[in-house]
Structure formats: C-alpha cells, structure tokens
Design a protein around this ligand. Structure first.
Ligand code: AMP
Length: 291
C-alpha cells in the first residue's frame, strides 16, 4: 500500500513525498501498538539543505532529547521565544488529544498513565496535523520537544526533513525523579513550575547540584495541578522506557554528527546562559533583553 507523507516545507509550499524504504516501515505491522483506525500520516519534507545553518537565519529545525523531567520543555520554550520559532511538544499534543472527546482519548490516557509510549503511528499523525495547521498560518521551522522518541520516529523524521541540531539535555537520575515529582502546572495559564529544591552535595570529587524551586506567582498558586503521570512509580517506568526506546535515538544522532551533549550545571540561572553560549546565541539574548 502506498503511503504518502506530507509536511510543510521550511520555506514555501507543501510538498508530497512518496514513501522511501525507511518510511515504508511506518505502514507495516512491525510498529508496536499501532492504531489501524488512524488516517495515513503526513510529514514535512525537505532535503539537501546544509547540515547546520546559522541560528540567526531563524529557519531552525531543532530537536530536544533528554529524560523525563530534564527540562526539555523549559529550554525549548525559552529558545522558541528568543528565536521566534514554534515550540512543538508531542507530550502536549498527546495530552490535548486525551482530554478531547475523540475516539483515541481513553486509549491514550491508559498508555500515558502507565508511563509507556503511544504508538509511532498515533504520535506522527498528531504531529503532522499540528505542523500542517502551523504551515497554513505561515509558520516555518520548529523546535521539537519529546519527538523523536524511537528509532522508527527518528528514521521517519530524517527521511522527510533536515534536522539541523539535536540538543541532548542531561541530568543525574535522582534529580530527574525529584523534578518530575515537584512539577506543578497552572490549570489557567498552563505555566510550568517546580516546588522541588534540589540540593545534592558533591562527594569524592564528583560535583554537587543545586536547583532552586521555580515557584508560581501568587495568581497561579491556588490553581496548580500535578500531571497524572508524575507519580514515583510512573516516573520510574518513564525513565526505564527512555533508556530502552529513546537512548538509541541519541546514538542515531551522535553517529550522524548532529548531537550536542549538554550537561545541566544547575537550575535556569546557571543553565540558560551556558546553553546560549553553547548555541552561540548570547548576542540574540542580549538584543531581546534590550527590546
Ligand atoms: P512528555 O510530556 O514528553 O513527558 O510526554 C507525555 C507522554 O506522552 C509520554 O510518556 C508518552 O506516553 C506520550 N508521548 C509524547 N511524545 C511521544 C512520542 N514521541 N512517542 C511516543 N509517545 C509519546
């Protein structure tokens, strides 16, 4: 069966690509937990651009990798504001779908609340629809957060678009768990906060780690909720799933020279300037602060 993938191109109009052998795998029964009731997915297509473009040309196609709780959303969202590029978190797309009254909602809720991954087919379908809607509004480029999470997703993405850079955020596991358990979200504005105060002392020459809580402003404080998959049991399962399914994706991008390893030195005040330096974006940050 021929399946076509369509994604908005970074510049100009939409282009439809027929399947390559890699993409063909997507329609096969080898994809676990696949939802046959879904429409054929469509994905963004663009080839033969230079591997890395200057960030300042704003035609950014970046990916954030990293374990649950590491701060992908925080830093992707800050970069999105700084560069004027859409931040797309597939976890948000999945949560939007599961709170809808759509046919997938209860199935998705069950998968997410067990800490498992939803099928490649479902997540690509949600992402494609989102990108198409963005393209219709004239949006170009993206900073992806939480996608790709499997080798199949990475191969499909690689087959249809040109990722410039993959930022791999890293933090020790005890801090990841504490950050997930401390995460709170405002039900009104969607703001993300964290009540955990991480203060791990250095031992035997290994450095310590301090991450101050990110407390909500008073108007959010009474509207906070905890994600249903941020319980200790589910976070541990999500960390396990990351090692099994997503760590190979780090190697996929490492081997094609796109991976930027980034060890978080602490909370936002320490990590944000270091990240800007690593991305050569300090100048942009100063400009936006001056506006
Ligand atoms: P996140 O907000 O990124 O932690 O994602 C929340 C949940 O959404 C995950 O635990 C998965 O169940 C699902 N999810 C998000 N992105 C993906 C993806 N790329 N592939 C499969 N499942 C995903």
């Amino acid at each position: 069966m021929a399946v076509f993938y369509r994604l908005p191109r970074a510049r100009g109009s939409t282009q439809i690509f027929s399947m390559t052998s890699t993409v063909r795998a997507f329609s096969s029964s080898s994809i676990s937990n696949s939802g046959n009731d879904l429409k054929s997915p469509s994905l963004l297509a663009q080839k033969s651009l230079p591997l890395r473009r200057e960030p300042r040309d704003r035609n950014v196609h970046w990916v954030f990798l990293g374990c649950p709780g590491v701060g992908k959303g925080t830093y992707a969202s800050r970069l999105s504001n700084l560069l004027g590029v859409p931040h797309i978190a597939t976890g948000d797309l999945v949560r939007e779908e599961l709170t809808s009254s759509g046919p997938l909602a209860s199935r998705l809720a069950e998968i997410v609340n067990q800490g498992k991954l939803v099928s490649d087919e479902i997540v690509i379908n949600l992402l494609s629809k989102h990108l198409e809607a963005g393209e219709a509004k004239g949006k170009t480029g993206f900073i992806l957060d939480g996608f790709p999470r499997t080798i199949t997703q990475a191969e499909i993405l690689e087959g249809v678009t040109n990722i410039d850079l993959v930022i791999n955020l890293k933090l020790r596991e005890d801090a990841l768990l504490a950050k997930c358990l401390g995460r709170r979200i405002c039900s009104e504005c969607g703001g993300n906060y964290n009540i955990a105060c991480i203060d791990i002392k250095g031992e035997n020459g290994s450095p310590g780690l301090y991450m101050a809580p990110l407390l909500p402003p008073s108007h959010c404080a009474s509207k906070l909720f905890t994600r249903s998959d941020d319980t200790e049991e589910v976070v541990k399962e999500r960390l396990h799933v990351y090692k099994e399914m997503t760590q190979p994706v780090e190697e996929f991008y490492r081997s094609n020279g796109k991976l930027l390893e980034f060890d978080l030195p602490g909370g936002i005040p320490e990590s944000w300037p270091k990240l800007l330096r690593a991305l050569n974006l300090e100048h942009d940050d100063k400009q936006s602060a001056a506006v």
